[in-house]
Design a protein around this ligand. Structure first.
Ligand code: NAI
Length: 250
């Protein structure tokens, strides 16, 4: 029996980062839940692959750091009920090694890209007058920190702040804004150079989690579906942590 609170029939969702990993899994699951899905990414080939995996997925080839492109894509949607702002990049360097250009590049994608999508989506939802749900993608790094994660962690902490601020401002319009902070998830972002390194890294990450495994993109997509749907109707300004139970291991 399908649970009605998770049913997105008649709703339209816009998903960034939808050409790969977590964003693709979100696009596919939201479509499976009945939504019309607009999948956006800078990777045209990956986007096309996503579109072949589900019906009712439309694609937008864009860069989230370009506000005008995001504006045009969201304006072209028939309506907007859900935003999943998933696109992001990883960068690893110690505090002492971090250069201005590293910080600027990660900030532009991971923070400004999410900010622009939130601004465009919230504006559209307020105009429609029928509420909506915005889901941002933070990271367990906001709780734990971690060697080499300065640029990445700073941008994800900023995403959490954006989420809480927008939740406060958009709540009176019936718009909910929540963040997902995943643990270690097996996607192209966490690919290691070879199978041995991959197995070693995954084993050490799994060891830290009470559930003794790393996550899959689908684990995160289910959290996003919950936050996108009426199942979470009384949740806003929250951080959901699908991470296998990792608390603060470092
Ligand atoms: P991924 O590398 O598989 O997917 C990221 C997607 O974002 C790619 O399709 C890429 O083309 C797109 N993208 C990057 N920059 C873009 C830009 N400027 N414009 C448009 N699209 C752009 O990575 P994954 O793992 O699926 O990550 C998705 C999100 O989840 C990211 O925000 C990441 O920081 C976050 N996350 C991932 C974790 C993991 O362990 N994989 C853990 C915690 C958070």
């Amino acid at each position: 029996m399908a649970v009605k609170a998770y049913d997105l029939t008649g709703r339209t969702a816009f998903v960034t980062g939808a050409a790969s990993g977590i964003g693709r899994a979100c696009a596919l699951l939201l479509a499976q839940a009945g939504a019309t899905v607009h999948a956006a990414d800078r990777d045209a080939r990956g986007l096309e692959e996503t579109a072949t995996l589900a019906k009712d997925v439309r694609t937008h080839h864009l860069d989230v750091t370009d506000r005008a492109q995001l504006h045009a894509a969201i304006a072209s949607c028939e309506r907007l009920d859900v935003l999943a702002a998933v696109a992001g990049i990883m960068h690893s360097s110690t505090v002492l090694e971090t250069r201005d250009e590293d910080l600027d590049r990660v900030w532009d994608v991971n923070f400004k890209g999410v900010l622009y999508a939130c601004q465009e989506a919230a504006g559209r939802m307020i105009g429609q007058g029928s509420g909506g749900s915005i889901v941002t993608m933070a990271s367990g790094a906001v709780d734990t920190g971690g060697a080499g994660l300065l640029c990445y962690g700073v941008t994800k902490a900023a995403v959490v702040q954006l989420t809480k601020t927008l939740a406060t401002e958009a709540g009176p319009h019936g718009i909910r804004v929540n963040a997902v902070a995943p643990g270690w998830i097996r996607t192209p972002m966490t690919d290691r150079p070879d199978a041995t390194a991959q197995a070693r890294t995954e084993a050490s990450m799994a060891r830290l989690a009470p559930l003794k495994r790393v996550g899959e993109a689908e684990d995160i997509a289910h959290a996003v579906l919950y936050l996108a749907s009426d199942a979470s109707a009384f949740m806003t300004g929250q951080i959901l942590r699908p991470n296998g139970g990792v608390a603060m291991p470092w």
